[in-house]
Design a binder for this molecule. Structure first.
Ligand SMILES: [Zn+2]
Ligand SMILES: [Zn+2]
Length: 248
């Protein structure tokens, strides 16, 4: 399993950077997880988009899905030149007014809607995955992918919920949002975690590695790093553009 970070900023990117976007390679498949502002440009540095097997969009906030329109136009352009591409895209069907826009992209995407109040199995590009509903103002889904003897968990955007510990248990890589410093924890009720909470989650779930992501450009990242390190003594990194994490 290989995870490459395309973008890790929210809700807007730092200069020359991108919002959420992650390329997951597992069992010979390439799954693009989220595609926020600027992430499609970053993807093109490392992969021909036509080699993607599927896209998973965790929720319809623009920092996670804005560049779907770029991907659509790239596919349409390739098809005008003789290709016959149509990419499976897994996407929440709520909020409906946002989903309607994406549903209109059927000329480039094979749209699969996702919707659950708890946890549910989901096959993405032939890989058996699990999705789970997170704690966020609009329907948002985290992703669990297991294959090649490894387990990957992506929390997407979420506030704290006890179920996260069970879901993340034993993950080789936990890609967890850590949007807030503890001093701003009063904002966590809006559906985000502090870095400290992400560290507690990693500790309680016994993960092999914590990769913290979803950073506000206004923070000094060393502060976030410090707050996580106080509570989580295990292997831990801040996400960064093109950083790759490999588990065999
Ligand atoms: Zn969000
Ligand atoms: Zn976000």
């Amino acid at each position: 399993m290989k995870l490459v970070v395309l973008g890790c900023w929210a809700p807007y990117p730092a200069p020359n950077q991108a919002c959420s976007g992650y390329l997951l390679e597992i069992a010979g498949r390439r799954i693009l997880v989220d595609l926020g502002h600027g992430a499609f440009g970053k993807l093109q540095h490392i992969l021909d988009f036509s080699k993607l097997d599927a896209v998973f969009i965790s929720h319809l906030h623009p920092d996670h899905c804005a560049d779907l329109s770029c991907l659509r136009h790239a596919i349409l352009s390739a098809n005008r030149l003789g290709r016959e591409l149509r990419l499976p895209v897994f996407v929440p069907n709520d909020p409906p007014e946002k989903f309607e826009v994406l549903a209109g992209f059927e000329d480039a995407f094979e749209v699969h809607t996702i919707s659950t109040d708890s946890r549910e199995p989901l096959e993405v590009a032939g890989i058996g995955c699990e999705i789970f509903r997170t704690c966020h103002p609009i329907p948002t889904y985290g992703l669990v992918v297991q294959g090649e003897g490894t387990k990957f968990v992506y929390t997407s955007d979420t506030g704290w919920k006890a179920e996260l510990v069970d879901i993340s248990r034993g993950a080789d890589i936990l890609l967890c949002e850590g949007s807030l410093l503890t001093a701003d924890s009063h904002l966590a009720g809006k559906g985000h975690l502090t870095g400290e909470q992400a560290g507690v989650l990693a500790l309680e779930a016994g993960v092999g590695m914590l990769v913290l992501t979803h950073f506000w450009p206004g923070y000094a990242l060393r502060d976030l790093q410090q707050e996580v390190s106080y509570v989580f003594p295990g292997k831990f990194e801040l996400a960064g553009e093109f950083r790759a994490y490999i588990q065999n």
